[in-house]
Write a protein that binds this ligand. Structure first.
Ligand code: UFG
Length: 341
């Protein structure tokens, strides 16, 4: 039987590269497209090594270019598209909202436009940020979406709505939105992982860069939150587990198993971990001491959020399998790999 081909927009980035690996290992053909605006070729080269496939097609392009997007879909037979291509820095989005609205909305609309003409189903990478500061934990897919504190967060909500409305209006397509909690870690091969530019915003890259000596000290933002140890709680999901959720979702779309034309799934572990617990787990599993201090709260942070992942467990047949220890060991191995150690 002919293999199905999945287009991964933004496939050279952190999540996209892990998803590409899992799709290939699950027997799909993958077409990677990326404008390389926020990454270099490190991860794409790593993907080739991990999969032993030197022939993964790659197109350098921006999905903001409607004609280029149309041409891509005309040139290749694409059965499903996973859309990652977007800007993702929360702080930058506050400073440059138009950059975010233009890029993140336009690129997604161009993808939907090209996909709907060809009956190509769409998976959108959404975020737990759409839940804002939840009143009730854990959050289910039915939990209310809250106004976002950043244009970045707004684009996630808007893209969900654009997909929902498009699927409703155009009978040729179906859509799935995956709401990621906090993706962390790296591939166990240490050949692909997170490559933040400049000073990392996210916790785990900041931890690994501090441990390797690139940063002097980790600031833990706030220890006076109403949580058991005073630090924020999140649902940290291993990047390989997260990537596998995409394979299950794509399979559901391509095998005609969707029960609704637009489905939403939380992708998390269901277990909260505090910043301090994560720091301690990192120290323990990697047998090192991390230089850290408590600092004031960071603007825009929610106190606590974690997923109820039971819908994804039941309908996608997906479940997080990797332990925090495995994940944090992989994150550290990746940082050491980058440092040539
Ligand atoms: N943190 C620190 N020190 C740091 C970095 C982070 O203490 O140097 C803390 C944060 O205060 C937070 C936790 O670690 O309590 C996690 O922070 P991250 O930045 O790693 O992740 P967020 O929960 O802030 O980010 C998530 C998603 C983003 C999304 C954002 C919206 O990963 O995609 O929520 O607020 F944009």
């Amino acid at each position: 039987m002919e293999k199905k081909r999945v287009l991964v927009s933004g496939g050279a980035g952190f999540i996209g590269s892990h998803v590409t690996v899992e799709l290939i290992e699950a027997g799909y053909d993958v077409l990677v497209a990326d404008d390389m605006s926020n990454c270099d070729s490190t991860c794409f080269e790593g993907v080739k090594k991990i999969t032993g496939r030197d022939d993964i097609p790659f197109v350098k392009m921006t999905f903001c270019d409607a004609a280029a997007t149309e041409k891509l879909f005309a040139d290749w037979k694409i059965d499903a598209v996973i859309h990652f291509a977007a800007f993702k820095a929360v702080g930058e989005s506050v400073a440059e909202p138009l950059k975010y609205y233009k890029n993140n909305l336009e690129s997604f609309m161009n993808v939907i436009e090209a996909a709907r003409k060809r009956g190509c189903n769409i998976l959108f990478s959404s975020s737990a940020t759409v839940y804002g500061e939840p009143d009730i934990l854990p959050v289910t897919e039915q939990s209310p979406r809250m106004p976002s504190t950043s244009p970045y967060g707004n684009t996630k909500q808007m893209c969900e709505d654009i997909l929902r409305d498009s699927v409703k209006a155009y009978s040729s397509i179906k859509g799935i939105a995956l709401r990621y909690f906090n993706p962390i870690g790296a591939h166990p091969s240490a050949l692909i992982g997170e490559l933040p530019r400049g000073v990392p915003n996210n916790l785990v890259p900041f931890i690994t860069q501090t441990a390797i000596g690139k940063r002097e000290c980790l600031s833990i933002f706030g220890n006076d939150y109403p949580t058991p140890d005073g630090t924020c709680q999140r649902d940290y999901i291993d990047i390989v587990d997260l990537a596998r959720a995409h394979v299950y979702a794509v399979r559901r779309m391509l095998d005609g198993k969707m029960e609704q034309d637009y489905e939403i799934y939380n992708v998390g572990t269901g277990t909260p971990l505090s910043v301090l617990e994560l720091v301690k787990a990192f120290e323990k599993v990697n047998n090192l001491k991390l230089n850290y201090k408590f600092a004031p709260r960071r603007d825009g942070d929610v106190t606590a959020i974690w997923a109820d992942p039971s819908l994804a467990n039941e309908k996608l047949g997906w479940k997080a399998t990797r332990t925090t220890e495995e994940t944090l060991a992989a994150a550290w191995a990746w940082e050491k790999h980058l440092a040539g150690k």
